[in-house]
Design a protein around this ligand. Structure first.
Ligand code: HEC
Ligand code: HEC
Length: 219
């Protein structure tokens, strides 16, 4: 059985937990390095999974929360994802930043910094299994108006693919996750530095490590 189906079945076992989870992100920080708080919710329809996230750069008691969403269209193979930034009335507005920098293919696994209660832990486990079960997801453009900040900020960088066997076992066309490019250097750097990637038991050889460092740091 494909590992993606196993993820999907395990996620379904947790059908009884629902709701919204507030957490501090490990990866996302404000420009000055302060914590970023997220509140995530999932709305599931037959053909679409709608991921909604409210985000605060001013602490968890802030009155100002940005709203973003990722809509995963499951009627395609591979699935397709569109990215949305919403104003306080829920109307589509300018992206605050180019989503592609950190989202090469649809939703990302949630990695929370703070301790969660059991219900929220189960809910995030369920969501992360669901996100992994999507496999490769293709990002699609969502431009209801002419954007100043596009989904992909630098199309040149987005065409430079990470070419490392140890990563491309899982990342690339027809693989478990979307291909990685130079646009994602910060995310790649973060996940490799915190030893999340490559996942256990995969390891980088020393030649690959220096290739990866060259890709990330340019030397
Ligand atoms: C600096 C990196 C970064 C950028 C840029 C970014 N995101 Fe994310 N986003 C993340 C990470 C990491 C997560 C997973 C939650 C966590 O661990 O913080 C996430 C989670 C989300 C989620 C919740 C569902 C999921 O993927 O887990 C939504 C919705 C979302 N982002 C939308 C957007 C949109 C829309 C944009 C562009 C306007 C965007 N993001 C730009 C890093 C980023
Ligand atoms: C065994 C399969 C596997 C290997 C090998 C692997 N990854 Fe991943 N990677 C995943 C999965 C599954 C995710 C999504 C879940 C997660 O974030 O843990 C992911 C997520 C990521 C992400 C976040 C973007 C995304 O698609 O969610 C980056 C960046 C990343 N990996 C980098 C790397 C790098 C760099 C290497 C090689 C050094 C690597 N990975 C090797 C399976 C793999």
């Amino acid at each position: 059985m494909s590992i993606l189906i196993v993820f999907r079945l395990l996620s379904l076992l947790l059908f009884f937990v629902e709701g919204e989870v507030l957490f501090e992100s490990i990866e996302s920080k404000t420009v000055s390095g302060e914590p970023v708080f997220n509140k995530v919710q999932l709305i599931q329809e037959e053909k679409r999974d709608i991921w909604l996230m409210k985000q605060s750069h001013h602490g968890k008691n802030s009155k100002k929360w940005d709203q973003v969403s990722i809509v995963v269209d499951k009627s395609f193979t591979p699935f397709k994802a569109s990215f949305h930034q919403l104003d306080s009335k829920g109307v589509e507005t300018e992206y605050k930043t180019s989503c592609f920098r950190c989202h090469p293919g649809g939703p990302r696994i949630i990695r929370e910094k703070n301790k969660l209660n059991l219900k929220n832990k189960l809910l995030i486990t369920k969501w992360n299994l669901l996100i992994k079960s999507y496999g490769e997801v293709k990002n699609i453009e969502n431009n209801p108006f002419k954007r100043k900040i596009p989904l992909i900020e630098n199309s040149k960088l987005s065409k430079i693919k990470l070419d490392l066997v140890s990563c491309n076992n899982c990342h690339g066309e027809g693989k478990h996750r979307a291909a990685l490019t130079k646009s994602q250097v910060l995310t790649i750097k973060h996940l490799v530095k915190t030893k999340q990637m490559p996942p256990w038991p995969f390891k980088l050889s020393s030649t690959e490590r220096s290739k990866l460092n060259k890709f990330i740091y340019g030397f």
